[in-house]
Design a protein around this ligand. Sequence first.
Ligand code: MG
Length: 415
Amino acid sequence: MKLQAAWATDVGRVRGGNEDSLLIDEALGVFAVADGMGGHRGGEVASSTAVEAVRVSLAKGEPIDRAIRSANAAIRERASGDPEVTGMGTTFTAVVTLDDANLLIGHVGDSRAYVLRAGELRKLTQDHSLVEDLVRAGRITPDQAEVHPQRSIITRALGIEPDVEVDLYTVPVGNRDRILICSDGLTDMVSERDVARIAGDTASPESAANALIAAANNAGGNDNITVVVLDVDDVGDIAGFIDHVAALDEPAMVAPPLANPGAATASIKRPFLRVPVRTTARFALAFIPVVLIIAIGFFVVQRRATHTWFVSNDAGEVVIQRGVPGGIWGFDPEIVERTGLKVGTLTEGDRELVQDGYCEQSSIEAARNCVAVLESRRLPVEPTVPIPSTSVTTTTTPQPTSQPRTTSSTATTQP
Ligand code: MG
């Protein structure tokens, strides 16, 4: 697989400094965007610390999820020694090459990865944000989420908790696919429809990156903007087994996040279609790892269903259930603890969150912490507008700036 990469980052039109960081290392085959947050220098320090830690881990041969978890530790370590940056955090969305036909994404926060394929833009990552939780719970529509006043509140970031869950996505790619990685400075300002149009109308990755930055600035440039564009070419043989057009009709390619820290486990979700006769023997050989991967996938799902706890509503009482909200592959969740906390006493936002189950955790103790958080931010009298106290927000006081500073570059890699 060949990736032609271009990237650009810009302070925008409102912020005083750029707290986004980029990781571009073609030798390691990694491309990432980190969007830092935290007062004073915090955001910039958090995102650049994360980038450096991930680079070092990958260079040691560690898988991307472990590398991102070590970035989490590095930020916390850095913050503990410096009161000026205490509480800093960052998003992290990284694309690495998995093999000759697949990319692997490691993701925490609300930066995003997309694929533009045959003119259609698909989001590959799920935001860890309050509005995404509300959309998934069916409380608001995706359109309402795009303009929601609390859309910058994120529910997961590096540097906040001692351990962080990293979402992994396996993405089979084809020739002429264009991958985008971006911070919310792009997607908050430019609609996905316009991102698709601009990314589709531009020939080179470099012109795409620059045009996207310009579009965000033309729309107001309220935040730092960072874009990585990767054009995919020379995809290897494995891709011949996968119908990329069919893949477009399916939901996002989501590997279940691992409940337990461990090695990166890829899962395959594409049916093998249109296998040429001549490749039957190769297919048979390829089938062995597929069976293994499906078995591992089943194990991961089964483990997730029995090692996940979440908070929900049962008959007006906050309860802790084991399993995955809504069940998964026949594993239905069961109530393991009643808390005595009445749902009616929660803030409006929290009532919506617990309605369909939220705060999935890998231990019952962590789920109890979620209940404690709900209890702590309960309003004593009348519920008003909910602002979760444990969430991290990217909102800062806008400061005027003289000139947008833009840097961009291009290069080609052959992993
Ligand atoms: Mg941002």
